[in-house]
Design a protein around this ligand. Structure first.
Ligand SMILES: Cc1cc2nc3c(=O)[nH]c(=O)nc-3n(C[C@H](O)[C@H](O)[C@H](O)COP(=O)(O)OP(=O)(O)OC[C@H]3O[C@@H](n4cnc5c(N)ncnc54)[C@H](O)[C@@H]3O)c2cc1C
Length: 141
């Protein structure tokens, strides 16, 4: 008989024939979002299990160009080192324009407000950033 369970087919909890383990937090998918969620859950004292369907962690994040669209809050350390200041409102406006007519205002606002602290959080986890690749016009640094 063909297995009716697959990673892409949701299954009701009451239909699960057997539970193999118990934990506080289950993270499904070990990509960018999953790894960040797992780190924070662990830091909050939870027991965490990560399930990854692929042979290795990383997902699209591991294939990506690694450009992180953050700023605001006066600017990230990378922006400031390149001679740029940035404002949360400017990041918000930029993201709303980039998102087009369907852009979600509330989510975009939240993203813009949290972007700079999230960038620092990534740095604190040891994510390496190359630093400034271009300098603001008129900057002599
Ligand atoms: C070539 C490329 C370049 C990109 N460049 C950029 C860039 O420069 N800047 C940028 O901001 N974004 C970029 N992106 C987009 C960015 O990579 C994604 O938006 C981001 O990685 C999504 O993160 P995620 O955690 O949601 O998904 P992922 O990082 O894809 O993680 C999802 C994980 O879940 C696993 N999974 C899926 N289903 C299951 C299941 N049922 N059970 C268990 N595991 C499962 C997957 O195998 C995967 O490992 C790029 C994407 C690509 C493909």
């Amino acid at each position: 008989m063909q297995n009716q369970y697959s990673p892409s087919q949701p299954c009701r909890a009451e239909d699960v024939p057997q539970w193999d383990s118990e934990t506080d937090v289950v993270v499904v998918g070990f990509g960018a979002a999953g790894s960040c969620a797992a780190i924070e859950a662990l830091a909050a004292g939870a027991q965490v299990e990560i399930f990854e369907v692929a042979a290795a962690a990383g997902g699209s994040a591991a294939l990506s160009g690694g450009e992180v669209y953050v700023g605001g809050g006066g600017g990230t350390s990378v922006q400031r080192a390149a001679g740029f200041e940035d404002a949360t409102e400017d990041l918000y406006k930029y993201l709303m324009m980039a998102g087009g007519p369907g852009a979600d205002e509330a989510r975009t606002r939240l993203y813009a407000e949290q972007a700079e602290p999230h960038f620092r959080w990534l740095q604190e986890q040891g994510v390496p950033f190359k630093g400034p690749t271009c300098r603001a016009s008129g900057s002599n640094r």
